[in-house]
Write a protein of this length. Structure first.
Length: 321
């Protein structure tokens, strides 16, 4: 790990009246390193209870420095021996080295084992296993953004049922407000079964879950636990049902999933007349209301000061990661 809070085997509960605070943490695996084997298992692991996180960005590199001595990067999808430069298919390969399957290995961005851990503004991107893993009780997340890895395959990621946000089996209490996962599988076909996975129990609840297909070869079939609409790309046959999906509530019978049929890639409104930006703003407002509710009920924490929208342009692989 790059950062551990607490110690393994030491069940320190912490104090609700005086929580531990981690704020404005930006952690990355790869990027400026020409050694593509640099990696970690988990970026941040939290063992202690009653910890508050504010503005965490935990990133596995989707672009890195070019090696001036290496020549042009070859396309990993090209036929063996063909030596086709990756820049032919992906223009950004002219400016950056684009990590491919096996580079900068990092399985998980955040793993939480402590109880009563709260996150305000959590951003976890491009890791090659479950991107966020939550094992503790009483967790709360207000605003979450996760972009799945670009370079994985069906066999390495999707067939293993990895996901953007995973709450472990047996967890009885967890809440999330304004959570988004989106996909750009650049190199290989990869169909995610569900963007979010969590126990189906009354104490585990989500409000405003959001999925979005950005670009690439595949997408996500469901929002949560094989429920909710798809966010699939134009590559698929028959034509896609939707590029975007939203689940207003995880509660069965109250989920009112909003699917955008045949969403267009022109940045305008969707086929259902709902702008992606309206969905994004709704998620942000939901997270804000959840934060106010937490303040009123006495949950400790600090406000999310600055964040990114959940909905991004369809063209992915931008310089910001």
């Amino acid at each position: 790990t790059l950062l551990e809070w607490g110690e393994p085997g030491l069940a320190y509960a912490g104090k609700p009246s005086n929580p531990g605070v981690m704020s404005d943490i930006f952690a990355r695996v790869g990027g400026p390193d020409l050694d593509r084997s640099i990696g970690v298992d988990v970026v941040i692991r939290i063992y202690s209870g009653n910890v508050v996180g504010d503005n965490l960005w935990l990133w596995r590199a989707d672009h890195a420095l070019l090696d001036p001595s290496a020549g042009k990067q070859l396309d990993p999808t090209a036929a063996p021996g063909s030596a086709v430069p990756l820049e032919v298919r992906v223009g950004k390969a002219k400016e950056y080295y684009l990590p491919t399957l096996g580079d900068y290995p990092s399985k998980t961005g955040l793993e939480v084992l402590g109880d009563s851990v709260t996150m305000y503004g959590l951003f976890v991107e491009h890791h090659v296993g479950n991107l966020t893993v939550w094992r503790g009780e009483g967790g709360q997340v207000f605003f979450y953004q996760s972009e799945l890895p670009y370079d994985v395959s069906q066999e390495s990621f999707c067939d293993k049922n990895y996901t953007g946000y995973y709450v472990a089996e047996g967890v009885q209490s967890h809440e999330g407000f304004g959570l988004g996962v989106y996909s750009y599988f650049r190199d290989h076909e990869c169909i995610v079964r569900s963007a979010f996975q969590a126990p189906e129990t009354d104490g585990v609840r989500f409000t405003n879950l959001f999925t979005r297909y950005l670009n690439g070869n595949s997408g996500m079939l469901n929002v949560l636990n094989e429920r909710g609409g798809p966010a699939m790309g134009t590559w698929s046959h028959p034509p896609p049902k939707s590029l975007q999906a939203r689940m207003a509530s995880s509660m069965k019978g109250a989920e009112t999933c909003a699917v955008c049929p045949l969403c267009h890639s022109d940045g305008g409104s969707t086929g259902s007349g709902v702008s992606p930006w309206i969905v994004a703003v709704t998620c942000v407002l939901t997270a804000s209301l959840g934060f106010l509710a937490a303040r009123i009920t006495g949950r400790p924490g600090s406000a999310r000061r600055k964040g990114e929208p959940l909905s991004e342009p369809l063209e992915s692989g931008d310089d910001s990661g």
